[in-house]
Design a protein around this ligand. Structure first.
Ligand code: ADP
Ligand code: ZN
Length: 720
């Protein structure tokens, strides 16, 4: 595997393989067939790109997402890989040029649209070429039951018949068992080895919030952690899409609308701007999403409830494909629940289908109201068992409180019952609070025994009670009574006092504002260096006519920002900076860092300037604090890196900050014996104490200790 690792480092600039990548690559490189199930952003592309580079001949990649081929090929070309594509966007001349390159064996990778691949003419071309492997991306497109069915995909079984000795690797992010079976069957992959990854997306932080003034809450969410970042805001209706996009623009954000009612050219235009410009917010219905391969979507916000857990997973999954921290934010309230239930009831579907839809919505509501780790419930819904809490969802970060609502539930239910099971939560609340309204006198509700019995609670609390009773299935919205709430069979034990009831305490929007746990950890840096790095990237991208992420992913900029390299050598250590990109862009970004950086390593800064405003009282900045917090929850450095979408080296830099600040003992994060520690200290002293650069130390020790370890020991020396 050394050669595969070498390619990973020198061509793609990544230090090590993730998850199953190494195993898949080894298997395919040796000629085996593979079926790879990995979540979005898991790193599927390298699973076929690297074996294609290692094996003789060209790797043929089938993908239905024609619009994305250009970007993928651009990104590979930037990394120095000989890649091309063939699809209907090329004219005859361009296509024949690519075909010539193929025949002459000049390509490492060729992306082809499925309908072209299976034409007799193209199969003939292939027969005359040396082929390294076939990669079938988005393999779930063979499934007739999925949303993305492509008839052309079914014909791909011909590859196996024509080229039985060439390895095939099929990849998908769709996990369910039915689809899996269909892929194996239709693509004749019975002998393929299956690689199944966890479907967790550790870098996505899940947050569900109670809707009270949706727009203001959205603006606050954006303001707090996503200024200038790209993201998607999903709304249910076209009208809401238009209104919210306009509103966001008036608030100073750059937002574009996207829905099926816009004409094709506006849609295309808005999508292109979203891809190519920095920091655009797409306000969209679910018509937007299929084939959105933008890696640096930093947030997905839902202003309306998705239909099911499946939709929620898929829609939020468009955030953070690059593995960098991203947020999934959802605002919901009783109104949404009632409306969605009515939509199902009044829909065209038959009774059985409606039952399925109701169950799916209920599962989602259960998720929204849950008081424990969201990741555990989300993965659990897809039958993946996870036992540890994630530390990266709202419930983990700020565990919600519950209160005993047995009595309140009883009052709420009897109020609905006594008023005839035909009124909404608004009027029922008025009844409980004993308000005299025209409606009250009209219906004589002020004469009922429930009138005014709920004065111990506020209107907001009653709204919360009704919402949770509906979400938990004790009350349901009656479509025939215009959404009036009626009791379900499940509510009887509560009414009779046989069952107790715990409610979630809704966060008070005033008090939670501004001090949301860890929200700063997700936010990108906002300083001059960060802006300058982004501007340099955008300029290069525009000059070359490619999207910014083709030049560098956010992870690379973030890493540059954190480590502030000063030499080409150090720049080469930055995540995602391979040899070609170093050669092409290294100097430009070094110049930016020299001009806008602080000229000192982050940890030096922390030691020396504990009083500046970037550091809080303990002397640690927010991101180091977040790392420390996760360490204290028992996560390993590797897990922290995964959760936060950062490199392990960066995590160790945070440790070193904490050690230097006296918050952490070196022995808590590295396990070395005294002799080893002495050896390192000696080497550091020998290299000169003024110098923060650790390369001479690293070399002097023969590369035996990671930089992270060295940095921690160095920090402990500064401490003493
Ligand atoms: P998928 O196709 O599974 O959605 P990609 O192949 O597009 O995912 O990879 C997602 C992101 O992760 C890309 O930005 C890619 O460059 C990055 N990536 C993949 N493998 C690694 C790795 N071993 N180390 C660091 N980053 C990686
Ligand atoms: Zn959690």
């Amino acid at each position: 595997m050394t050669t595969a690792l070498k390619i990973l480092q020198s061509t793609f600039g990544y230090p090590k393989f993730r998850g199953e990548q190494a195993a898949v690559i080894e298997h395919v490189q040796k000629g085996g067939d593979a079926l790879v199930l990995m979540p979005t952003g898991g790193g599927k592309s390298l699973c076929f790109q690297i074996p294609a580079l290692l094996r003789d001949g060209v790797g043929i990649v089938v993908s239905p997402l024609i619009a994305l081929m250009q970007d993928q090929v651009d990104a590979l070309t930037q990394a120095g890989v000989k890649a091309a594509f063939l699809n209907s966007s090329l004219d005859a001349d361009e296509a024949s040029k690519v075909e010539q390159q193929l025949l002459k064996g000049e390509l490492d990778l060729l992306y082809v649209a499925p309908e072209r691949l299976t034409t007799p003419r193209f199969l003939q071309l292939l027969a005359k070429s040396k082929i390294a492997l076939f990669a079938i991306d988005e393999a779930h497109c063979v499934s007739q039951w999925g949303h993305d069915f492509r008839p052309e995909y079914v014909a791909l079984s011909i590859l196996h018949e024509r080229f039985p000795t060439i390895p095939r690797i099929a990849l998908t992010a769709t996990a369910d068992a039915l689809t899996r079976t269909e892929i194996i069957q239709r693509l004749a992959l019975d002998d393929a080895r299956m690689f199944v990854s966890s479907f967790d997306r550790p870098n996505i932080r899940y947050r569900v919030t109670l809707k009270n003034s949706a727009r203001e809450q959205l603006a606050e969410f954006l303001q707090e952690g996503h200024r200038g970042e790209a993201g998607i805001v999903y709304c249910l209706s076209r009208k809401k899409v238009e209104e919210n996009a306009e509103w966001l623009n008036r608030q100073g954000f750059t937002a574009l609308p996207y829905h099926a009612g816009l004409d094709a050219s506006t849609r295309r235009n808005n999508q292109a701007r979203f891809l190519r410009e920095d920091g655009i917010i797409m306000v969209a219905t679910i018509a937007f999403g299929m084939g959105i391969d933008k890696p640096d979507v930093r947030f997905v916000a839902h202003l309306d409830l998705p239909k099911s857990m499946e939709s929620y997973y898929q829609e939020t999954g468009r955030a953070g494909r690059d593995g960098e921290p991203a947020e999934a934010w959802l605002a919901y309230g009783l109104g949404d629940v009632v409306m969605l239930k009515q939509m199902i009831d009044n829909g065209e579907a038959n009774e059985e289908r409606k039952r399925v839809e109701r169950n799916k919505l209920d599962a989602l509501l259960g998720f929204c109201e849950s008081t424990s780790c969201r990741r555990i419930s989300l993965l659990g819904y897809f039958d993946e068992v996870r036992t540890t809490t994630c530390g990266n969802c709202d419930n983990c970060l700020e565990p919600p409180q519950t209160w005993d609502g047995t009595e309140a539930a009883k009052m709420a239910l009897s109020c609905a019952y006594r008023t005839g099971q035909r009124f909404g939560a608004g009027h029922l609340t008025d009844v409980l609070l004993g308000k005299s309204t025209p409606k009250m006198t009209q219906w004589d509700h002020d004469r009922l025994p429930v009138f005014g019995i709920g004065k111990n609670y506020t209107a907001t609390q009653w709204q919360s009670v009704f919402r949770q009773l509906v979400a938990a299935g004790y009350l349901e919205a009656d479509a025939e009574a215009f959404g009036g709430l009626k009791l379900t069979a499940a509510s009887r034990p509560i009414l009779k006092g046989e069952q107790s009831m715990a409610f979630r305490k809704d966060a008070d929007k005033r008090t939670s504002k501004g001090k949301r746990a860890g929200s700063a950890a997700v936010a990108s840096p906002t300083d001059a260096l960060w802006e300058a790095l982004r501007a340099a990237r955008l300029k290069l991208a525009q000059e070359q006519g490619v999207p910014p992420f083709v030049i560098f992913h956010d992870s690379s900029l973030r890493d540059m920002h954190a480590t502030q390299p000063r030499t080409m050598d150090e720049m080469g250590d930055v995540m995602g900076v391979g040899e070609k990109k170093l050669e092409k862009f290294g100097k430009v970004f070094l110049a930016v860092i020299a001009e806008h950086g602080d000229g000192m390593r982050a940890y030096k800064l922390a030691v020396e300037t504990t009083t500046t405003k970037e550091f809080n009282l303990s002397g640690l900045n927010d991101t180091a604090n977040e790392t420390l917090r996760l360490l204290k929850t028992g996560l390993s450095p590797e897990e922290i890196a995964g959760t936060r979408g950062l490199r392990e080296t960066t995590i160790y830099t945070h440790f070193s900050l904490a050690i230097a600040a006296g918050e952490l003992d070196v022995s808590e994060v590295i396990s070395l014996n005294d002799t080893q520690i002495q050896e390192i200290k000696k080497a550091i002293l020998a290299a000169g104490t003024d110098n923060a650069a650790l390369k001479p130390v690293f070399d002097a020790l023969g590369g035996e200790y990671d930089y992270g370890v060295l940095r921690c020991v160095q920090a402990s020396m500064e401490m003493s």
